[in-house]
Structure formats: structure tokens, C-alpha cells
Design a protein around this ligand. Structure first.
Ligand SMILES: NC(=O)c1ccc[n+]([C@@H]2O[C@H](COP(=O)([O-])OP(=O)(O)OC[C@H]3O[C@@H](n4cnc5c(N)ncnc54)[C@H](OP(=O)(O)O)[C@@H]3O)[C@@H](O)[C@H]2O)c1
Length: 254
């Protein structure tokens, strides 16, 4: 299935991968609904894109706003072909330094926000002949590494949630799990450590969009990085921990 004429709602479209996905999908003829908190950035993006698109500013941490905007979006379009959930907060820390108020907000945005959006769009999608829900978690959710909390835990939860979703929904609703490795965006610009195999955001957007129309459940990239992480995950626990200690020591030497 192509994207021409499809109504695709991107939540987290104001920067980074979500924005690059919007640019690429608009070029392929999709009619986009663009959401995030930064309405100025969304309007500037909309004005720069070919085709007709709509902006719906939204803070996914606000349950009432999520319900209202879902209502507005579904009133606006006859068919909501796809929803791509990209929104996330990222401030990884060591557990001893964790700010619990920030952790709580990260849980709201990264996991509860996705749950609220999915719960709200499902009744509409159930009445359509085809629909897709694509949720961006992260390869950071595969396994716990030093200094990655609570971000990694929210992404592990999101992977688990998306796995449940895929087997709960009717077959005509396609569910995709997106797990990127490192991608150069405002999110990773915060990182002080070396990021192996980091991708340019345009390349990441192409990988993501390529995966939306294939049969696989998971869209994960870049392949080599993902394979290495998955290999670590199948090691016995104590051996995994040794590898993770080495990785932590190596990144603290940078
Ligand atoms: N970059 C990477 O290496 C990488 C790797 C793995 C996974 N990911 C995932 O990829 C997705 C996109 O990340 P990115 O790298 O493109 O980062 P980004 O540039 O920081 O984009 C994050 C997006 O989420 C939106 N957002 C944040 N809080 C929100 C809220 N409360 N309500 C609504 N929208 C909110 C931001 O917009 P506003 O600030 O305008 O609200 C922005 O559009 C995230 O889910 C991230 O976890 C990224």
C-alpha cells in the first residue's frame, strides 16, 4: 500500500525523526496531521511541505487534551489510515541521580501518552477496512544498560505494550513496533558519550517508512547495531552483565 492520499497522524512531528518522516511522507503524497507541543515548529513544517496538511498541537501528557484532539482529528478526516507515535522525553540518568518528578513525566509522555492515543483511536480504526498504528520505542528498550534510566525502562514498557496491542486488535489493524538505534536528532545531541553507528535523520526516516509497508512487525535500524544488541540479549545474565560493565567503562573513558 502506498501513502498517496492517506491520512497519517504523526505525533512528535515537530523535530527529529518525526519531522523527517513527515517531510518524506508529504513528498510521497500523504495528507498529514502534525502534532507535538511546539505549534510554531509544526506550522513552519506544514508550510514547508508539498500538499495539504493540518496541525493539531498536543501535549500527550494531558489526558483530557489527548481525548479532545482525537475527537477533533477523527471529525476532520473520514478515514484515519495510520498513526505514528514518535513523542518522547529523553534524559537518561544513573539510578542514584534520578529525579523522580522528571521520571514520572517521562513515564507519562513515553508510555502513558502512547496508551492514551491508542485507546482513543482504536474505536475509529475498528470501523475502517484497514488501519495502522506504528509506535516508536527504541533499541534502548531491549535490555537495561548503565546510565539509561528511566528512559530505557519506558521504552521496554512500550515494546511490551506494542507486542500486546498487536495480538489484541482485529487483523485489519496493522501494528508496527519501531526500534531505532542511534539517530542524529535534538534528542541525541544531549549525549556526551560516543554513539556507535549513529545514522543521519533522513536515512532513519527512509528506513522507518520502508518498514511501514512490509510484513514484519518490528522496524529496527541500523541492522548491524540491532543485531549486536540482540546478541547481547541472548547471552546468559552474568555474561551479559560483564559485557555491559565493559561497555559502561568504555563510554565513561570518552
Ligand atoms: N534519536 C535517536 O537516536 C532515537 C533512538 C531510538 C529511539 N528514538 C525515539 O524516536 C522518537 C523521536 O525521537 P527524536 O530522536 O526524533 O527526538 P526529538 O527530536 O526530541 O523528537 C521528540 C518529539 O517528541 C515530541 N514530544 C516530546 N514531548 C511531548 C509531549 N509531551 N507531547 C507531545 N509531543 C511531545 C517533541 O515535540 P515537542 O517538544 O514540540 O512537544 C518532538 O516532536 C522518540 O520516541 C525517541 O525515543 C530516538
Amino acid at each position: 500500500m502506498r501513502f498517496q492520499g492517506q491520512h497519517i497522524w504523526i505525533i512528535g512531528a515537530s523535530s527529529g525523526i518525526g519531522k523527517a518522516v513527515a517531510v518524506e511522507l508529504a513528498q510521497q503524497g500523504a495528507s498529514l496531521i502534525l502534532s507535538a507541543r511546539n505549534s510554531e515548529a509544526l506550522v513552519a513544517l506544514k508550510d514547508s511541505l508539498p500538499g495539504k496538511h493540518k496541525v493539531y498541537p498536543l501535549d500527550v501528557a494531558d489526558n483530557v487534551a489527548v481525548e479532545r484532539v482525537i475527537q477533533e482529528v477523527t471529525n476532520e478526516v473520514n478515514v484515519l489510515d495510520r498513526v505514528i507515535y514518535m513523542a518522547a522525553m529523553y534524559e537518561p540518568e544513573y539510578i542514584a541521580n534520578m529525579d523522580l518528578d522528571k521520571a514520572s513525566m517521562m513515564l507519562r509522555v513515553n508510555i502513558l501518552g502512547a496508551m492514551g492515543v491508542v485507546k482513543g483511536v482504536l474505536p475509529v480504526m475498528e470501523t475502517q477496512p484497514y488501519a495502522q498504528i506504528a509506535i516508536c520505542a527504541s533499541s534502548a528498550g531491549y535490555t537495561g544498560l548503565a546510565g539509561g534510566q528511566p528512559y530505557s525502562a519506558t521504552k521496554a514498557a512500550l515494546i511490551n505494550f506494542t507486542e500486546s496491542l498487536a495480538v489484541e486488535v482485529p487483523k485489519h489493524i496493522d501494528v508496527k513496533l519501531i526500534n531505532p538505534g542511534f539517530v542524529k536528532t535534538p534528542l541525541t545531541d544531549k549525549n556526551q558519550f560516543a554513539m556507535p553507528m549513529i545514522m543521519e535523520v533522513e536515512d532513519a526516516a527512509k528506513c522507518l517508512i520502508g518498514g511501514l509497508n512490509n510484513n514484519n512487525f518490528e522496524i529496527a535500524f541500523p541492522k548491524k547495531f540491532i543485531l549486536l544488541l540482540k546478541l547481547i540479549c541472548i547471552l546468559p545474565a552474568r555474561l551479559q552483565q560483564k559485557v555491559k560493565h565493559k561497555l559502561a567503562n568504555r563510554s565513561s573513558e570518552k
